[in-house]
Design a protein around this ligand. Structure first.
Ligand code: SF4
Length: 206
């Protein structure tokens, strides 16, 4: 494990969230929009949604109105349910701060466990390990998890295996490794810095 963490630290020494945001509310909104959509695409949409000169507040989304919001976020996919989540979160958080505890975050409309943990880890700096599709795949290939299709199990296994203080950093590093090298199709195993440590039998084909 230590060797793996060392290699990922060398590869990604300063992992930063890829969703652009200026406050917790913008991160929450961007994370909701990133479901089934790339962070790069979300980053092209949010400048149309957020005020240019100051961080977005729930009141700004409410002022745009549901139809305008739907129209702006359409390219991110699942725009009807995302619009409902954005309007619902904005109404719930009007005049309030985004909460940092998991229970309050997941009580917000359209905010699941993963979205809540992204906000906890990436804005509040709390120990959290949101498991996305990249982390799930990479963790299973690397033998950090053995969870089939069950992402909740991946989260539990990663949290059990990795010291808490590493969670937030490692979750970003695994995402970046999954995007860059350990891709879903045709992973670049022959040039992977983790190849020696990786038990995935398929690595010899790539
Ligand atoms: S060797 Fe291949 S499967 Fe293993 S971590 Fe690297 S890219 Fe992923």
């Amino acid at each position: 494990m230590n060797e793996l963490l060392k290699i990922l630290d060398r590869e990604f020494p300063d992992p930063k969230p890829s969703l652009r945001h200026r406050n917790a509310f913008e991160l929450l909104i961007s994370t909701i929009l990133s479901a089934q959509c790339t962070d790069a695409r979300v980053n092209t949409i949010t400048p149309k949604l957020f005020p240019r000169d100051c961080p977005c507040l729930p009141e700004d989304i409410l002022a745009l109105g549901e139809e305008k919001v739907r129209q702006i976020i359409r390219p991110t996919g699942y725009f009807n349910s995302k619009t409902k989540a954005l309007m619902g979160c904005s109404a719930a958080l009007k005049g309030c701060q985004v909460p940092s505890d998991l229970e309050s975050l997941t009580a917000l409309p359209g905010v699941g466990n993963k979205t809540a943990q992204v906000v906890q880890a990436q804005w509040f700096g709390l120990p959290a390990f949101p498991v996305d599709t990249h982390i799930h795949r990479v963790a299973n290939r690397l033998g950090l998890a053995n969870s089939g299709k069950n992402r909740d199990k991946t989260e539990r296994q990663l949290k059990a295996a990795i010291p808490k203080e590493q969670w937030s950093r490692l979750h970003l590093q695994l995402i970046f490794h999954g995007r860059k090298t350990c891709t879903a199709r045709k992973p670049k195993c022959s040039e992977c810095p983790l190849r020696e440590l990786c038990p995935w039998p398929g690595k010899n084909k790539y």
